[in-house]
Design a protein around this ligand. Structure first.
Ligand code: SF4
Length: 447
């Protein structure tokens, strides 16, 4: 983005707010409701952002006066804390549930409506903790909860049971216990530093964690899971990046859910990390009323790639208490994946996963592309609906399939039997374009 300053601080708030806004959308409320003093150096100071988070109903109403007649949110906040950085609050365009940013950070009474099949720890992380705060589920990986603090508490958080209920960080003793466990388990090559949000730790404290993990020779990769580039991009300072560089290979997975979150500030934060040699991935959650439209996910993925962030996972909402109002049917995720294939390059398409209850781990869920199989052919479907027979290796074919075929109307069976190689949909844009080109003659073999 042209307005970004690569060497200076994060772009000023006044410049920054215009870019991500579609022509027919109202601007963020910052334009009309934020005092001019916010367009100052303080705005770009991440500690100032943390100190000035919205934390109470009163502060919320002061910031969004239209909420003064809303239902009393105190019971929700008594259970699940509220925190919104001034930066993230400034991305809200309408102070109501039609706004995706509002939905993701402002408490709603619906958080108290829990069907019986939800639990506070649906992934059963607490059952896989050999050391408090260290989740060891997969053979070669472990996840360390380094803090329970976040700069902004996402209403859809899967760790609502810990995030912000007490704002604590990992103690020296706990870190030593973690390192001891990792030394005893050299099969663990990959440690994910998570939370809460580990980038809310001071740079010094985070360095202690990373340096301790680096003492364990079998730990090859350190990953950091953070929503800071989205909700507090000012935190991605040159100092932080210089510190991270010392502990490579470091990977970061961040958590953008909506294209409105990709602003000049968040783009600048990702640029800094990428320039520091940190590969960036993104883990989105599919949220009803926020991003459950195929076009929104398409736009999000396009924008992520443009800021050097690889869309990695699209999660089905976990069966966690307090988030039922965000859950979509599983079929919605499959529809979205069907829409993305063919419209986006593979680089920009995340894997849609269900993080299975009972600690079952991530299960990829895809539209069905294998239509049928015989010993000789596998029938595949492409994104246009074209059916294609893919022949199996000749030396492994048991016996030829012999059956009558109706050549006037080939079916999937004809493909599986090897009588036809493909079935084309009549209306596919690509094929009609190809036919139009053929009518003006074949392309030359050399260009
Ligand atoms: S930043 Fe992460 S851990 Fe914190 S509330 Fe949001 S989703 Fe949960």
């Amino acid at each position: 983005m042209s307005s970004l300053s690569r060497s200076g601080g994060v772009s000023s708030r006044c410049e920054a707010i215009s870019s991500p806004i579609a022509d027919d959308e109202p601007p963020p409320l910052c334009d009309v409701a934020t005092p001019r003093r916010l367009c100052s150096d303080s705005w770009n100071d991440w500690r100032w952002q943390i100190r000035h988070r919205i934390r109470t109903v009163q502060q919320l109403v002061t910031r969004f006066p239209s909420l003064q007649h809303a239902s009393d949110l105190s019971p929700v906040m008594g259970k699940y804390p509220l925190a919104i950085t001034p930066y993230y609050a400034s991305l809200i365009r309408r102070a109501d549930k039609t706004d995706p940013i509002f939905q993701m950070c402002v408490p709603q009474l619906a958080e108290l409506n829990d069907p019986p099949f939800l639990s506070s720890d649906p992934l059963e992380e607490c059952h896989d903790m050999p050391v408090p705060g260290l989740v060891h589920r997969y053979p070669d990986r472990a996840l360390l909860i380094a803090t329970t603090t976040c700069s902004t508490y996402c209403r859809h958080c899967t760790r609502k049971r810990v995030a912000g209920t007490r704002e604590t960080t990992i103690s020296k003793r706990r870190l030593e216990q973690t390192v001891a466990y990792l030394r005893e388990h050299p099969e663990i090559h990959d440690v994910i530093v998570s939370g809460g949000d580990p980038l809310t730790l001071s740079t010094e404290h985070l360095e202690e964690v990373l340096a301790s993990l680096r003492q364990v020779p079998s730990v090859q990769i350190i990953r950091i899971g953070t929503r800071v580039p989205v909700v507090l991009p000012q935190r991605i300072t040159e100092d932080l990046c210089a510190m991270l560089r010392k502990y490579h290979p470091i990977w970061i997975n961040t958590h953008f859910n909506h294209p409105y979150e990709i602003t000049p500030e968040s783009s600048e934060a990702c640029t800094r990390l990428a320039d520091a040699g940190v590969p960036l991935g993104n883990q989105s959650v599919l949220l009803r009323g926020v991003n459950d439209q195929p076009q929104i996910i398409e736009q999000l993925c396009r924008k992520l790639v443009s800021i050097r962030v690889r869309p990695y996972y699209l999660y089905q909402c976990d069966l966690v208490r307090g988030v039922e109002h965000f859950r979509t049917p599983l079929s919605r995720g499959i529809e979205i994946m069907e829409y993305l294939r063919g419209r986006l390059s593979g680089l920009a398409i995340p894997t849609f996963v269900v993080d299975a209850p009972h600690g079952g781990g991530k299960i990829p869920v895809l539209p069905t592309y294998v239509v049928s199989q015989s010993p000789t052919q596998t029938v595949l479907r492409n994104y246009e609906g074209m059916l294609i027979a893919y022949p199996e290796p000749q030396d492994r074919i048991a016996e030829p399939v012999d059956a009558p075929s109706d050549v006037s109307a080939p079916s999937v069976w004809d493909l599986a039997a090897g009588h036809h190689s493909h079935i084309k949909p009549a209306q596919a844009t690509r094929l009609m374009r190809r036919e139009a080109h053929c009518s003006v003659g074949p392309l030359p073999e050399t260009f």
